[in-house]
Design a protein around this ligand. Structure first.
Ligand code: ATP
Length: 299
């Protein structure tokens, strides 16, 4: 049950929001869908949901073209939250669950279990407008998952939450994945994507600039980070072959290097100079990759 986008394009007048995008999202996986502001993420989500028709291309779930009629198999947490402020949590969630084919009793049971899980059972009888922003977001999350969708789309699910609530929601998302839900989520927080996703795509102006398995993306980036803490001046290291950048930090420096051979050269160059407290070679972070691939277009 993969989700396949084939050469999808969406134009708004002269703006090309999504440009010939082909993607395969593996089933039962968590897929990171990234990009700077205006890259085309939300537009892609709306097309997957059948809320917008692509100008060109196909979107296929489980071998069938996706349409609005299939919305009961999809769960969606939109970036712009959209609950009715005056309605009680219980009435609102039961209503939304029934729209997606659940009966009232099943919806209430599921709602109770989610409210318990998020430690907010007392909010069931409250109006949405009486809840804090973070708790409204939890309710909106429940509305996206109450009907146990096969495919879950989360647009910036962690924005606006405090660290404890981020962890709670992350755990819920991980459990849904373990239970077999295919999840696509967007985030501007690279560390969340690194933690949760095996595959990802970074969009820029509607086109993928990076796509594939996170491990492979990191390996093929062609640069690594080297952290050195030492009791002597390290600025001479920036002249060595294979050293791309050298940033001084309070305890030493952080180098971007081309490969492991460059790390060996740096290691040799440190010998006999003084005490080295840390020499740590790391894969590039997703943040490094994002900034290099997408950052250039901001300049
Ligand atoms: N309904 C619309 N009418 C006209 N242009 C639109 C419409 N929706 C989106 N766009 C344009 O399409 C492009 C992609 O927007 P989109 O909202 O998909 O980006 P995004 O990646 O979700 O951005 P962000 O991270 O800021 O939420 C932008 O240039 C936006 O202005």
């Amino acid at each position: 049950m993969t989700l396949q986008l084939g050469e999808v394009t969406k134009r708004f007048g002269s703006t090309v929001a999504v440009d010939d995008l082909s993607l395969t999202i593996p089933e039962k996986e968590m897929f990171g869908f990234l990009g700077g502001n205006g890259a085309g993420k939300t537009t892609t989500f709306r097309m997957i949901l059948g809320l917008m028709t692509p100008t060109k291309g196909s979107i296929v779930w489980n071998g069938e073209t996706i349409s609005y009629e299939k919305s009961h198999i999809i769960g969606y947490l939109p970036e712009e939250r959209g609950l009715y402020p005056k309605l009680k949590v219980k009435d609102q969630l039961v209503y939304l669950a029934r729209l997606r084919g659940m009966d009232k009793q099943a919806a209430l049971l599921e709602l109770d279990s989610w409210l318990e899980r998020f430690h907010i059972p007392e909010y069931k009888e409250k109006k949405v407008e009486e809840l804090s922003k973070g708790n409204q977001q939890k309710i909106q999350f429940i509305s996206a998952v109450i009907h146990k969708p096969e495919l879950l789309i989360l647009d910036e699910p962690f924005s606006g939450l405090d660290p404890v609530n981020v962890e709670q929601l992350k755990k819920a998302v991980i459990d849904l994945k373990k239970a077999g839900t295919t999840i696509v989520f967007s985030s501007h927080r690279m560390e969340h994507v690194e933690e949760l996703c095996e595959h990802l795509c970074i969009l820029q102006k509607g086109r993928p600039v990076v796509q594939g398995q996170l491990k492979e993306i990191k390996r093929s980036f062609g640069k690594k980070n080297l952290r050195i803490h030492a009791d002597f001046d390290l600025t001479y290291l920036k002249e060595l072959p294979g050293v791309v950048t050298c940033k001084s930090v309070s305890e030493g420096c952080e180098l971007q290097i081309e490969n492991e051979a460059a790390a060996s050269l740096v290691f040799e160059a440190l010998q006999g100079r003084g005490f080295v407290r840390l020499f740590d070679l790391e894969e590039p972070s997703l943040n490094d990759i994002f900034i290099e691939k997408v950052g250039a277009s901001y300049e």
